[in-house]
Design a protein around this ligand. Structure first.
Ligand code: BGC
Length: 715
């Protein structure tokens, strides 16, 4: 038997031999491919169905057997295997398909949205979550997830702030890298891993005034220090692919930008995996005025470095002709094909194209996934305000009111994967379980639009000891194509709060939403405000636990909540102003945000000592700064210490007022003390990048800012 297998291997083509190196197999296969077969590898279609409502366009009825990739909207291994069989058996060379899908905050077991995840400051939990999500996805037919989104986003009017990790480049890098490790960590060939795709490369989050898909004006230093920064961290974590963005980057669209796609990504960073365009992004070069027609758009995108065309159909239609007419060299096509084949070899698709046909029970909602969903929800909710009403103790009549109290649909948030609303645990049920001896009554009050007759809700409030008012956004108010000119909740929701407050009962407001909100009126009325984000299948238990005090909240904001929409953009790491103090501030409202980056309350208190440097700081050697933090309250709890640096003077470029460089979360029992340590690598943590991405570091004065304290150091 072994000899027969050996013989078969010897007579079969080299690219089919799993014992040969990836490069040998790629080159062997490439040499056998016709131009048509090569071009087909550079296309991604979606078959029959399209779950992304924003992607309007023709849906392909029949897949050519030679196609490179498919966006796969099913969760059925049998269907996946049947589609793969066609590619393997009906294409001349038997090249497997790679199946892509947006597994964003959960495939079936739904977790907290990414913006909420960042507020947990617990990247290992996010890594775990992504590993469980990868397992569900791969075993359901998906090899490649279009995640993580690491677009630094500083304008909450942009609906896609929900999909990333907030306003800070470092936080996006840390959480993006954690999710890459989670998705890919089991090993790409494993049935428990999927290849990650970093998106949207690059600068999409800078969309003007939060309008989706529009122009972005990004200077080179900002491009490097803010937008490219997290990509580099995630590539260092091993990410296998990227998606090119829709936005125009200062005159050259992201999907035709040779500088970002080739000079930076390939020439500087040496990345050898594929770049797929965003949906229709190649064709959209025409709308952006950068290509006269689809032929030119396809040529520009490929030449810039987009290897695979998602649904524009331009590569399919024009690349062969463009090569044959000599307008693009075949070597560019070859290089793109190599990258596509490489990810397929790395995923083991040539050797194991099919997946086991397991039942849904074996794949979905496994106990460890559900446990992680609960923990992540608990750690990511942010207590924004508390005048002492929380935790709720000794209440015998609790009123649960509001449009998000018993609303499983909107609770899911955007990119809900394959989760069905009936699989979600609604807040009301979580609260009922949490307070078994209290009488819990529910009234809607108003719908998410703020419409409704409040009378029953007000009567209920009157009869209760405390009101839990669940406000928030609809599922489709955040995510792609959901820009909003105001980030306030509908007036009707605020009015409901106002009238309930007038009953004199204490009111705890919970917020379920995918972006920072304008909360100044809500903050003024509510006794407590708890930001839950869109917390996933088990969010209700986490919410119940925080309300009762079983869980001590530990989330902190990874994005600033402005005082009002008019303050936007307002992010913590703005560059220094020419005039300080009272000059340049708003004359009509405060210039401070309502809840700054890093804000989040606990049921205990933490006291910070003075930060100190261990030894003498130096420009060319790592050194340590440490601070002692004590839990001075009565409850055990987590504390996250955020370490910023500030460079008061830089001779090359101006720098932000302060920049987050490190964070750490620790559990401290009541009365316990812990030392938090920041290991400063001077070039990484104190240095900066110039407009060509070159790191530089000047000697002189720097500040380490931690827990509101400021330590001056000289290097
Ligand atoms: C989105 C991407 C997504 C793709 C495929 C696009 O409209 O911008 O984030 O991965 O669709 O669904």
């Amino acid at each position: 038997m072994r000899r027969l297998l050996l013989l078969l291997l010897l007579i079969s083509p080299a690219y089919k031999n799993p014992h040969l190196s990836e490069d040998k197999r790629i080159e062997d296969l490439l040499a056998r491919m016709t131009l048509h077969e090569k071009v087909m590898q550079l296309n991604q279609f979606t078959l029959g169905r399209n779950d992304n409502v924003n992607n309007i366009g023709e849906v392909v009825g029949k897949l050519p057997a030679e196609i490179g990739s498919v966006i796969y909207y099913a969760a059925d291994p049998v269907l996946r295997n049947a589609m793969q069989r066609r590619a393997m058996e009906e294409s001349r060379l038997g090249i497997p398909l790679i199946f892509g899908y947006d597994d964003i905050h959960g495939f079936k077991t739904l977790y907290q949205i990414s913006l909420g995840q960042a507020c947990s400051w617990n990247p290992s939990l996010v890594e775990k979550m992504c590993s469980y999500s990868a397992r569900e996805a791969r075993r359901s037919g998906v090899d490649w997830t279009f995640s993580p989104m690491i677009d630094v986003a500083r304008d909450p009017r942009w609906g896609r702030v929900a999909e990333g990790y907030g306003e800070d480049p470092y936080v996006n890098g840390v959480f993006g890298a954690a999710s890459v490790r989670g998705y890919q960590g089991a090993g790409l060939k494993s049935l428990d891993a999927v290849a990650a795709c970093l998106k949207h490369y690059v600068g999409y989050g800078a969309s003007e005034a939060g309008r989706d898909y529009v122009y972005t004006e990004i200077s080179r230093p900002t491009l490097w220090n803010v937008y490219l920064f997290p990509y580099k961290m995630c590539l260092d974590a091993g990410a296998q692919s990227l998606m090119s963005s829709f936005n125009d980057i200062s005159g050259i669209p992201g999907s035709a930008n040779h500088y970002t796609l080739t000079e930076v990504l390939r020439d500087t960073w040496g990345f050898d995996g594929p770049v797929v365009s965003d949906w229709d992004a190649v064709k959209q070069l025409i709308n952006q005025g950068y290509a006269a027609n689809l032929r030119e758009a396809s040529s520009k995108a490929l030449m810039a470095g987009v290897d695979m065309d998602m649904m524009s159909h331009g590569y399919e239609e024009y690349l062969e002709d463009l090569v044959e007419s000599g307008e693009i060299p075949v070597s560019v096509v070859d290089e793109a094909v190599r990258r596509v084949l490489r990810i397929k070899f790395r995923l083991g698709l040539f050797d194991n194209p099919y997946i086991p046909e397991e039942t849904p029970e074996k794949r979905f909602f496994l106990p460890e996934a559900m446990e992680t969903a609960s923990q992540l929800a608990a750690e990511s909710m942010v207590l924004l305000k508390n005048n002492g009403v929380l935790p709720i103790r000794n209440a015998s009549n609790i009123a649960v009111i509001g449009p998000l109290a018993k609303n499983s649909w909107d609770l899911m948030g955007n990119w809900k994967g394959h989760t069905e609303p009936e699989e979600m645990d609604v807040f009301l049920d979580g609260i009922r379980r949490e307070f078994p001896s209290a009488e819990i009554k529910y009234e809607l009050g108003c719908n998410v639009n703020g419409e409704g007759d409040f009378s029953a809700a007000l009567a209920l409030a009157e009869r209760s000891d405390v009101v839990i008012l669940c406000l928030g956004e609809k599922l489709n108010w955040s995510g792609e194509n959901t820009s909003r000119s105001s980030i306030a909740l509908p007036g009707g929701q605020e009015k409901l709060l106002e009238e309930i407050k007038a009953t004199g009962k204490p009111v705890v407001v919970t917020l379920t939403n995918g972006r920072p909100l304008e909360l100044n009126r809500i903050d003024a009325l509510a006794d407590a405000v708890l930001e839950t984000w869109q917390p996933g299948v088990n969010g209700a238990s986490a919410l119940g636990g925080i309300l009762s005090g079983r869980i001590n909240p530990s989330g902190k904001l990874a994005i600033t909540f402005p005082w009002s929409t008019g303050q936007i953009p307002i992010y913590y790491n703005r560059h220094k102003s020419a005039r300080r103090g009272t000059q340049g501030v708003y004359k009509d409202i405060t210039s401070d945000p309502l809840y700054p980056f890093g804000h989040g309350l606990s049921y205990t208190t933490f006291e910070y000592g003075d930060p100190r440097c261990i030894g003498t700081p130096s420009i060319d050697r790592p050194f340590k700064v440490e601070i002692e933090v004590s839990n001075t309250g009565k409850a055990d709890g987590y504390e996250t210490v955020l370490w910023y640096i500030s460079d008061p003077y830089c001779s090359v470029l101006t720098r932000p007022e302060k920049e987050l460089k490190y964070f750490e979360k620790k559990f401290l029992k009541a009365g316990e003390k812990a030392t938090f340590v920041f290991e400063v690598d001077p070039s990484r943590d104190l240095g900066y990048l110039d407009g060509d991405g070159r790191s530089f570091l000047e000697s002189g004065e720097y500040h380490v800012i931690v827990g509101g304290r400021d330590l001056k150091i000289m290097i």
